[in-house]
Design a protein around this ligand. Structure first.
Ligand code: GLA
Length: 701
């Protein structure tokens, strides 16, 4: 049992944590505890210690589970509604609650208006995750405006928390930031209509946690649109954390009889530091979020021709690349942007999803046949939600985009965004992708999104609904991808938005992987990948070996680049027509090795042994069922030093492991490896190692 209710006390128990709240004497749901497991329910006391009364109303002192704007609340609140008569507060009583298995529902109803808010809690006991979301229901006739309805609210006791999030941009994804939260509010938000690069829809809060130790509270939002995370250090000795769909420029008109369901938040507590948090989330992502039908399928090594050819896609050249890609060991050949319509640059062609007859005079078939004859599968790039002004689609349907009718419409990457609140547009997109997938042997789609939403108006909705477009676009996007997955269950889908702009738990349940970043410089990538991995699993982290950085800013050896990309779902993006023989041999070796290590990298447990932000050595470990894989990167060689000691983790002290270090085979105990460590001879900047350790038995082997 995971949900316990006793009198007015509610306790959610996971394997290692407890989350408790109660209904106080005024009927308010008040948070009591979140942290390490307290198994004995009778220890929880359902009284609040509110201290001095003073001059001010004390509602802000209450650590609420569902604070709503109004009454005499002045803190950030997680719900705001406006009734038809202009009343703008939600005063509730707990009408009912049900606990069925792992699912607790608490029904709140306004004491005099027909609005019901249901708080949902699902306990993922084994995974140590608590899932929360909310549902609003208009029980009357008149419209109720939902101006803010976050998915969840959390309370952390005391002050002095540190908060980690990102502040990236295109080509600079997952740039980590950490601040101490003092007085006031810290807000992370996307207003771009997608998750975007600027922040990630999550909270990570701790006091003095390190990778391996300390308490961390975290939560991720399963949503791919405008989001907001607010952490407010109240004057009442607690931090109030809220997360959900952003309320900026948001109104949802909830008509009589209608329901509104928020996206969910997966939250947890780790007492094993940031590493423990990542392990919990990665495990949970695999068991409960990734599409069930494909989650256990290893991702293929892919070749993508984008960096080699950009828009200069042409059948014969792609065939040449495919030959080399197969030789290197790729299992999937992907043609990126440029194969359709009149797409010779990013100024034209988007929306015209027919195969370009000059580039592919006989359609895609000859290329696909060639790729398949080489033993690879075929994949292709699309950007379905967009249209260029210079396209047949836009000329035929100028009213299919978001815009204000009275203003000149703005472009982003020379393109407009299609209006997914219009069913005709949704049908058009599903239809063209269905046809593309039915008429061709395509087994992978890279779904891109290269501009942000703005000017949220459209021809298909009345003006009073314009503030709901942000959300409706995401709903349309989800509808399309869900229908396509149903229609084409064997096709693998990758989510991309100018790199990692759609990395979130909402896309995770609808896609098989993410394009992590357009930045493929291996050094940049290490920091990007490290921050990505805090919350998101390595299997979903597409990483390519490319030509980037070999001649611009720095020369990085191919081996280092390969090791960096082997830390996720390996891909190759090099121009293989220019590769020399020695590099081709090395590439082949790396791809072959990756295929052996893939079950451990894609499905194992990740440990960040040392951060790449502090250097000089960055080390990562993946382990699964007696095999551990170490990746070691020397970022900058120090003067007078060439031996670097790396200590693996999570080994069995008394077991023995076989490993090969710099050409020498060793058999050592787990204790020796973890406590003494492995000495590596790293002679130069950008030296790297990939070391596999296999358990060969116990002590006497
Ligand atoms: C975006 C993607 C790239 C590539 C280009 C094509 O930038 O992130 O990987 O597909 O678009 O235009």
């Amino acid at each position: 049992m995971a949900v316990f209710v006793k009198d007015k006390l509610f306790v959610l128990q996971t394997r290692n944590t407890s989350y408790a709240f109660f209904q106080d004497e005024e009927g308010i749901l008040v948070h009591l505890y979140w942290g390490r497991k307290i198994a004995d329910l009778q220890d929880f006391e359902t009284v609040t210690m509110e201290g001095e009364q003073g001059f001010h109303p004390n509602i802000d002192k209450k650590r609420e589970e569902c604070s709503s704007y109004g009454m005499m609340r002045y803190k950030e609140t997680s719900l705001k509604v406006t009734y038809a008569d202009g009343v703008r507060d939600f005063r509730y009583r707990v009408k009912d609650w049900t606990a069925e298995g792992e699912h607790l529902k608490i029904v709140l109803e306004d004491i005099c208006y027909p609005l019901r808010i249901t708080l949902h809690y699902v306990v993922h006991e084994e995974e140590d995750i608590i899932e929360k979301w909310r549902e609003a229901e208009n029980l009357g006739q008149d419209n109720i405006q939902l101006e803010k309805i976050f998915s969840a609210e959390f309370t952390l006791p005391g002050e002095g928390y540190r908060s980690i999030n990102c502040n990236g941009t295109w080509n600079d994804d997952f740039k980590p930031f950490e601040d101490t939260l003092c007085a006031g509010k810290k807000v992370y938000e996307s207003l771009r209509g997608a998750t975007a690069h600027v922040a990630t829809p999550a909270f990570i809060l701790h006091k003095n946690a390190s990778e391996a130790a300390g308490e961390v509270y975290f939560g991720v939002l399963a949503y791919s649109g405008n989001f907001k995370v607010v952490a407010e250090q109240t004057p009442y000795d607690y931090l109030n954390v809220q997360i959900g769909i952003s309320d900026t420029d948001f109104i949802w008109n909830l008509k009589g009889g209608e329901r509104f369901i928020t996206p969910c938040v997966y939250a947890g507590y780790s007492c094993r530091g940031l590493g423990g948090m990542s392990n919990l989330l990665h495990r949970f992502a695999h068991s409960c979020v990734m599409p069930q039908a494909t989650k256990d399928k290893p991702l293929r090594v892919l070749y993508n021709s984008w960096e080699a050819t950009t828009f200069d896609v042409e059948c014969k050249k792609q065939m040449e690349l495919a030959k080399k890609a197969a030789e290197a060991g790729a299992e999937l050949f992907v043609v990126d942007d440029g194969w359709f319509g009149q797409r010779s640059s990013d100024h034209l062609g988007l929306g015209d999803w027919y195969v370009n007859p000059e580039k592919f005079p006989e359609g895609l078939k000859p290329l696909i046949d060639h790729v398949r004859a080489l033993g690879m599968d075929f994949g292709i790039w699309i950007e379905p939600e967009m249209v260029n002004e210079n396209s047949d689609l836009y000329r035929a349907h100028p009213d299919w985009i978001y815009r204000y009718q009275t203003r000149e419409v703005l472009e982003g990457r020379n393109q407009y965004m299609l209006d997914l609140t219009n069913q005709k547009v949704i049908d058009f997109i599903i239809d063209f992708i269905d046809r593309l997938l039915s008429e061709n042997e395509i087994s992978y789609i890279k779904w891109d999104m290269n501009r942000a939403l703005g000017e949220c108006g459209c021809a298909s909705l009345p003006p009073e609904e314009f503030k709901s477009i942000w959300l409706r676009h995401v709903q349309g996007f989800y509808t399309i991808i869900e229908e396509l997955r149903r229609n084409h269950p064997d096709v693998e889908f990758e989510a991309c938005a100018s790199g990692g702009g759609r990395v979130d738990f909402g896309c995770m349940s609808r896609f098989d992987e993410f394009w992590t970043s357009d930045n493929t410089d291996p050094l940049d990538r290490l920091t990007i990948q490290e921050t990505y991995s805090l919350l998101y699993p390595p299997k979903y982290m597409r990483a390519w070996i490319t030509d980037a950085a070999s001649n611009e800013r720095r020369r990085v050896p191919l081996l280092f680049k390969a090791h960096c990309a082997m830390c996720g779902a390996l891909g190759i993006g090099m121009n293989l027509n220019r590769i020399n023989e020695a590099d081709m041999e090395l590439l082949k070796e790396c791809v072959a090795l990756y295929k052996e290590l893939r079950p451990v990298v894609q499905f194992g447990r990740l440990t960040r042994l040392s951060t790449c932000r502090k250097g000089p050595v960055h080390a990562l470990q993946y382990d699964k069922a007696g095999t551990a894989v170490l990746f070691v990167f020397l970022l900058l060689k120090e003067r007078g030093k060439s031996i670097y000691n790396v200590k693996p983790a999570n080994l069995e002290e008394n077991a023995r492991y076989r490993l090969t270090v710099d050409g020498k085979e060793l058999i050592k105990s787990g204790a020796y490896l973890m406590y003494h460590g492995i000495d590596l001879q790293l002679e130069a900047d950008f030296s790297s190692r990939c070391i596999r350790m296999d358990k060969v038995g116990s002590k006497d082997v």
